[in-house]
Design a protein around this ligand. Structure first.
Ligand code: GDP
Length: 296
């Protein structure tokens, strides 16, 4: 990921070699390159514009300390703004509620909801020592329910058995009773996804959200979708009170633009990234570490 972005930014820095300070003129050339690099990385246009404006404001007239080259000074500003655009501080998963803490997983089909539910269960068991119940409300795809059951078996999380003919709302409330009775700390609810956003899907997940009152409603989105990921994120964030984002398949995305756009567009922080297909392929998201990775 960020293959071109990293390379392009280091080229920009080289162009500033020998300059005594950052000026309107030399910054202009550099910023044009940064802008192109971001667009090539598939960062959403409004995000690029905002980003460039902020870097410009901070960088012009910036006195270069004798220990820094102008290129390094610009990198410093770019780094700060990369962190800021990704949300600044790390956003932790919020579990502070009377157990079970319900985590609702939303997103399009194929985004990685079921896989991420399994990964998150494993992460919570290993890193937070939580007792986790996995619940599937994807009644339209028995294969998806089975997939989650397999993931539960692989991770050692508990799995809520679904009765045939139960509606998603019925499954959700029955699972909540079950989780209370069996003292689960966290209940992760996987939901049905569609290939596109449609009214029926949004209504169903909104109803589940109202019934279960989740402490976290995570939007799962495939980084490889680039700009489309951002548009989908916007639609979901308008329909549901999202609390965060899981950005999957970062391992498959050479450009990485979605990582920079999602927070700015939805107002919700990325909480986790998917970095491999396997169950350990999930990482908590740190804006500062991601910024360092981008700058190479
Ligand atoms: P859902 O329809 O949203 O539940 O999507 P799935 O969980 O079934 O995932 C769709 C596909 O994406 C599966 O083949 C997963 O193995 C794959 N996948 C999910 N997350 C990641 C990830 O972070 N990296 C990679 N490489 N593949 C992933």
């Amino acid at each position: 990921m960020f293959e071109n972005l990293t390379g392009r930014l280091s080229d920009v820095i080289k162009t500033l070699k020998g300059e005594a300070r950052l000026t309107e003129n030399n910054i202009q050339k550099a910023l044009r390159e940064v802008r192109l690099a971001l667009l090539e990385a598939d960062v959403a246009l409004p995000v690029v514009k905002e980003f460039i404006a902020r870097v410009k404001e901070k960088a012009v007239g910036h006195e270069v300390m004798s220990s820094l080259t102008p290129g390094q000074a610009l990198v410093g500003v770019v780094q700060q703004e990369l962190i800021a655009i990704m949300g600044g501080d790390k956003a932790d998963l919020n579990l502070s509620t009377t157990p079970p803490a319900v985590i609702l997983m939303a997103g399009l089909q194929g985004a990685g909801k079921t896989t991420s539910s399994g990964k998150l269960a494993k992460w919570l068991m290993e890193h937070k020592k939580k007792k986790v119940l996995l619940v599937s409300c994807d009644i339209y795809r028995p294969a998806a329910i089975h997939q989650l059951e397999l993931l539960a078996n692989q991770t050692g999380a508990d799995f809520f058995p679904v009765q045939s003919n139960q509606k998603p709302g019925e499954i959700g409330t029955a699972a909540l009773d079950y989780a209370r009775k069996h003292h689960h700390d966290v209940m992760i609810v996987d939901t049905a996804g569609r290939l596109g956003i449609d009214e029926a899907m949004m209504q169903e997940i909104s109803e589940l959200e109202r019934l279960l009152n989740p402490i976290e409603t995570l939007f799962v989105v495939d980084a490889m979708q680039g700009q489309d990921a951002v548009n989908t994120a916007k639609a979901f964030s308008e329909a549901l009170p999202l609390t965060g984002v899981v950005l999957t398949k970062l391992d498959g995305d050479a450009r990485g633009g979605a990582a920079l756009s999602v927070k700015h567009i939805t107002g919700k922080p990325i909480k986790f990234t998917g970095i491999a297909e396997k169950l350990t392929g999930i990482e908590a998201f740190y804006p500062d570490r991601m910024a360092s990775r981008i700058l190479g």
